[in-house]
Design a protein around this ligand. Sequence first.
Ligand SMILES: O=c1[nH]c(=O)c2[nH]c(=O)[nH]c2[nH]1
Length: 303
Amino acid sequence: MAAKDQIDGLNFQQRHGKERVRVGRVWRHGKEGPHFFVEWNVSITLLSDCIPAYVHADNSDIVATDTMKNTVYVKAKECSEKVSVEQFAIILAKHFTSFYQQVTTAIIKIVEKPWERVSIDGFKLGSERHTTEVFVKKNGALGVTSGVEGLALLKTTKSGFEGFIRDQNTILPETRERMLATEVSASWRYHFDSLSSVSMDPFTETYLDVKKVLVNTFFGPPKEGVYSPSVQATLYYMAKAVLGRFPDISSIQLKMPNIHFLPVNLSSKDNPVIVKFEDDVYLPTDEPHGSIEASLGRIHSKM
Ligand SMILES: O=c1[nH]c(=O)c2[nH]c(=O)[nH]c2[nH]1
């Protein structure tokens, strides 16, 4: 679908828009109520009467793609109640076609990330992979490492970061309220050191239990959660919980990138408050991200 015109006896079709506008939206119901969270990737295409921009370098009928991007955040903010992707696409498309006389059709595509709720204020993306590396020597010596990769976890509250070094290059504000998102890669070494010491197959059950301990430690108890003062501290609690709970595990390594969800504040000279961040509208990012990793092992263990 594209606007079709004839210029100088030639067919001309054009469209413009903005792709991959990422937005995260949290809806909070009261102080105690559940949080709802969605992450969307929005693409906007407008069919509009703006041929002079192409043919005469006259931009007076152009809706700037930057404005389209901002509109996603404005409309996300305006949705005070949880909406579906379909409903949000309709809201956006209706806005573009009714607000701009030049726009004849708006095409909105949205892909929603499959975040699943795991407990109050926590969401889990079901995409993790179980990994292992094993060695066996001729004499029966055995080494088993198991792991999980891509365990994406996110909590919408009970996270902060304060008291870090401030210098001439620091602009990050201190906070006790932020989104915490990561994709955990963990690998743990079992203490079995010979083939004969593994009697049954304990690995699947242990994998599931380790995952549970990692996830539960990240979020804390379902009712009240647990405050995370940093990714580092949360990583350490998680590693410690695994070693505390599984005597058969001698060491664990955790990699937990700090995947940033940036607060959305939009302002201009004429309009100082277009969108004011109130722990609700975020810009999800992949790059750059913080990289935080550590390993914890029992003394005398083979790391
Ligand atoms: O939990 C965090 N750890 C850091 O080391 C760090 N650095 C940063 O900019 N934000 C954060 N958050």
